[in-house]
Every structure is written in structure tokens, then in C-alpha cells.
Design a protein around this ligand. Structure first.
Ligand SMILES: NC(=O)c1ccc[n+]([C@@H]2O[C@H](COP(=O)([O-])OP(=O)(O)OC[C@H]3O[C@@H](n4cnc5c(N)ncnc54)[C@H](O)[C@@H]3O)[C@@H](O)[C@H]2O)c1
Length: 279
């Protein structure tokens, strides 16, 4: 398939790598040449990492390199696209602009997917004249490792678009679960309050950090405890996701004060080497 990835940040670079590694022809689009160079370096880093870990060999690495190109020219990138995956900033205004542009420059049957975590797919689709070809493909970070993609149907998404997008995801060796177009979809809707409650257990001195994590490692066979997981996701991401859910569904999702405090102190988890744990 000819796949276009718009935005080569954390998620876009992973989606580009995974698509190219599965044999798709990928064009990455960024806002300017500097950001494009940075994004292409992220894709290269995935190639190097997977090569050094023995997940791919040299021949596969050079095939992946030859499968991915970058450009800042939307029209050039999209002229023969079968599928576009948008992974730009989580801002409805920017996403709607991007989709309006994509609608103009892509062939009329191109499927347009958004990696949004919280913005309504129907709203994004309404920026185009092809809402039947618009859907959500919500990948998880880091994309090359994580096997799940949530597929979100908008009000007017067609069964054919769902089928084509599902087939694409399966070519990446990943599995689709379908969710209605409701804030948080499946995973974040249930995971974020779980993490929040786990932090409350710590705040209320019900249990220690290590015992909370151990409880879920051993009591429910989770591979990682909730506080470890919060550090992995990023405390800032957990906080902002809870706020989005709170705005939609009310105080069940109100973030506990510790999370606000940690973000103020720059304790964002693994990425700042300090969170519930030190790294
Ligand atoms: N980071 C995560 O863990 C995660 C997980 C699932 C979904 N998401 C979603 O994925 C999307 C991207 O998140 P991210 O963490 O990769 O963000 P990021 O900030 O790392 O990357 C966004 C990229 O989009 C580019 N961009 C912005 N506007 C653009 C435009 N008009 N044209 C081309 N490129 C443009 C930026 O230059 C930047 O490189 C968001 O919608 C986010 O909610 C993120």
C-alpha cells in the first residue's frame, strides 16, 4: 500500500517505521524541513535499535530505509496515497485544517485515519467531503512494540473503510479492537481512572508504592504495576488525559492532587528520570 504519515513526532515516526517494516511504501510529511529531518532521524533510530537488538537484519534495514521517504509537500506526498495516517498535535483546529487539506490533495478513495487520543472522529471527518472514508486508528506508544490499535468509527464511516483499515493494521502484525467515537475509547477510559485510584491509594497511605505495584503484578498478572506504568506513559500525559475525560464525563476522572504536584515539579516519569520511581 502507499501510506502517508502526517507528522513525524513520537507516534508518526513509529507508525512510519512499522508500516515500512511491513513492506508498505511510506511518505512522511512534516511542517518544515528541519522538523522533517528530526522525524526521519526518529525513524532511523527505530531501524538502528531493531537492527542492534537482532529483530531485523541488514537487508531488512536497508529495505525499510528504501521504503520510507520524507517531504514537506502535501500534494506530492498524497497524489497516489491509499491510506493516510495523521499524527499531528492533539489540537482540533490543526487536525481539521490537515484533514481539509488531505481531502483536497488525496485521490477520492484514499482512506484518511487520525491517531487522535480524544478528538471526535465525526468532527474531524466533517472537515472533509468524504466522511465515509474517515476513521480513527489509535496506535499505542512505542508503536513498533505495541500490538494494539483501537479503530474508531465516525457517524458516517463506511464498512469498506473499516475493512481496509483493519487489513492494513493486520499487515503490521497488530490487532484491531473497535470502539465507538467516545472520549478515551476503550483503553484510556478504563486505564486512567485505574491509575488515578492507584495514586490515591498511595496518597491516603493505604499501601506503599512497591506494594501497590506488586499487588497488580502478582494479584492480577499485569506485566507492570500502575505506578510504574504511569511513569512509563508520562505523568503529564496521564494528567492531561484525565482532564480531558473529566471535562467529558465529570468528577469520576478528576485527577488526584499528587499528579498536578508532580507535573509542577517536573517529575514526569521515565522521560525526566524522576516520577514515582527514580531512573
Ligand atoms: N504520545 C503518545 O503516547 C500518543 C499515544 C496515542 C496517540 N497519540 C496521539 O498522536 C498524535 C501525535 O502525538 P505525538 O505524541 O506523536 O505528538 P508529537 O508532538 O511528538 O508529534 C507531532 C508532530 O506533528 C507535526 N505537525 C504538527 N502540525 C503539522 C502539520 N500541519 N503538518 C505536518 N506535521 C505537523 C509536528 O511538527 C510534530 O513533529 C496526537 O493526536 C496524540 O494525541 C499520542
Amino acid at each position: 500500500m502507499n501510506v502517508v504519515v502526517v507528522g513525524a513526532g513520537t507516534m508518526g515516526s513509529g507508525i512510519a517505521y512499522s508500516s515500512a517494516a511491513s513492506g508498505h511504501i511510506v511518505t512522511v510529511v512534516e511542517q518544515d524541513q528541519k522538523l522533517l529531518d528530526q522525524g526521519m532521524r526518529r525513524v532511523d533510530d527505530y531501524v538502528e535499535r531493531n537492527l542492534s537488538r537482532g529483530h531485523i537484519n541488514k537487508e531488512q534495514a536497508s529495505k525499510i530505509h528504501s521504503n520510507v521517504k520524507g517531504t514537506v509537500d502535501f500534494a506530492k506526498a498524497c497524489h497516489n496515497a491509499d491510506l493516510v495516517v495523521e499524527a499531528v498535535f492533539e489540537d482540533p483546529r490543526i487536525k481539521e485544517q490537515v484533514f481539509a487539506t488531505l481531502d483536497k490533495v488525496c485521490p477520492k478513495n484514499t482512506i484518511l485515519a487520525s491517531n487522535t487520543s480524544s478528538i471526535s472522529i465525526s468532527k474531524i471527518a466533517s472537515a472533509t467531503k468524504r466522511p465515509q472514508h474517515v476513521l480513527g486508528l489509535h496506535f499505542f506508544n512505542p508503536v513498533p512494540t505495541m500490538k494494539l490499535v483501537e479503530l474508531i468509527k465516525g457517524e458516517r464511516t463506511s464498512p469498506d473503510a473499516v475493512k481496509a483499515a483493519t487489513t492494513f493494521v493486520e499487515t503490521l502484525g497488530k490487532t484491531v479492537v473497535q470502539s465507538a467515537d467516545k472520549t478515551g475509547f476503550i483503553v484510556n477510559r478504563a486505564l486512567m481512572p485505574f491509575i488515578n485510584e492507584s495514586v490515591k491509594l498511595l496518597e491516603e497511605n493505604v499501601a506503599t508504592r512497591d506494594d501497590i505495584d506488586k499487588a497488580f503484578l502478582l494479584g492480577t498478572n499485569h506485566p507492570m504495576g500502575p505506578l510504574q506504568l504511569a511513569d512509563f506513559i508520562g505523568i503529564d500525559v496521564v494528567l492531561s488525559t484525565l482532564k480531558v475525560l473529566e471535562a467529558e464525563f465529570g468528577q469520576t476522572f478528576t485527577p488526584t492532587p499528587i499528579l498536578e504536584q508532580m507535573v509542577k515539579e517536573g517529575k514526569l516519569g521515565r522521560k525526566t528520570k524522576k516520577g514515582f520511581y527514580d531512573y
